[in-house]
Design a protein around this ligand. Structure first.
Ligand code: SAH
Length: 249
């Protein structure tokens, strides 16, 4: 079978790694599991060895979907031909464990979609391009802060390209998102646009993006750059701005 590069089809064939990925999910009998980009079902077969309530597979490629229908025939398993960057994950249940060796070209969009559905996703374990995985865990970008506002991010392990068929051009990294106990209630679209604006033109001092009075009130040097701010400070700024907007109304 010919694998499709534009769909990020790099199959993970290292059995030991597949087992470990599933271990990180800590599956229990009552869990509803969602696998993104199951491909031919390598990871799926490892999941099937565990106890769970339901397993949903989200795969965009009709050819893969056909293979899955042949390879994976089980009750409790549901195959959906869907685009995971847009799919309404919460339509599958209220408490989902999401896992996937993601298509790297759309991994950021899948992360974003995960955050938009955090209300029904307490945990996710994702294989990504190493550089992206590291940046999400500790870098300064709008997406990293978006993710870390709602999730604790652990970097679990790195993987060389030779574990995949065909080997990708980049190294890979596995991360786990565990939802925070205290979740801020906010308008996600609005928060996202605030973050995108805040992290654009990074070299500019913060005072060009946020009113100086607010920065001073928050104890933040108006001359500093956005990358010096931890996600919780960014959230605090957002909340202060929201309050101000409310008062002006
Ligand atoms: N999990 C498998 C395959 C990983 S490759 C393994 O480890 O062996 C990534 C898979 O994601 C491919 O099967 C590809 O067809 C699928 N995919 C690509 N874009 C997708 C999207 N937007 N939504 C869902 N699946 C997608």
């Amino acid at each position: 079978m010919k694998l499709k590069k534009h769909l990020g089809q790099h199959l993970l064939v290292a059995k030991g790694v597949l087992e470990r990925i599933v271990e990180f999910l800590k599956l229990q009998e009552e869990d509803i599991v969602v696998e993104i980009g199951p491909g031919t079902g390598n990871l799926t077969k490892e999941i099937l060895k565990k106890n769970f309530k339901e397993l949903h597979l989200l795969e965009i490629d009709p050819q893969m979907v056909e293979i899955l229908h042949k390879n994976i025939q089980r009750d409790k398993v549901f195959i959906h031909r869907e685009d995971a960057t847009k799919f309404n994950l919460c339509s599958l249940g209220e408490d989902l464990k999401v896992v996937g060796n993601l298509p790297y070209n759309v991994a950021s969009l899948i992360l974003e979609n995960t955050v938009f559905h955090h209300s029904c996703i307490p945990m996710a374990v994702y294989m990504l391009q190493k550089e992206v995985a590291e940046k999400i865990q500790k870098g300064a970008s709008w997406l990293s802060t978006f993710v870390r506002t709602f999730y604790r991010v652990e970097y679990l392990m790195s993987l060389p390209a030779r574990f995949f068929v065909p080997p990708p051009k980049v190294q890979s990294g596995l991360i786990r998102l565990s939802r925070r106990e205290e979740l801020p209630k906010l308008d996600l679209e609005d928060y996202k646009s605030f973050l995108v604006g805040l992290y654009s033109m990074r070299r500019k001092a913060l005072k060009n993006k946020v009113p100086e009075t607010i920065l001073l009130k928050a104890g933040i040097d108006p001359m500093c750059r956005v990358e010096t701010l931890e996600p919780d400070r960014v959230l605090m700024l957002y909340n202060m701005l929201q309050k101000l907007r409310g008062e002006k109304r």
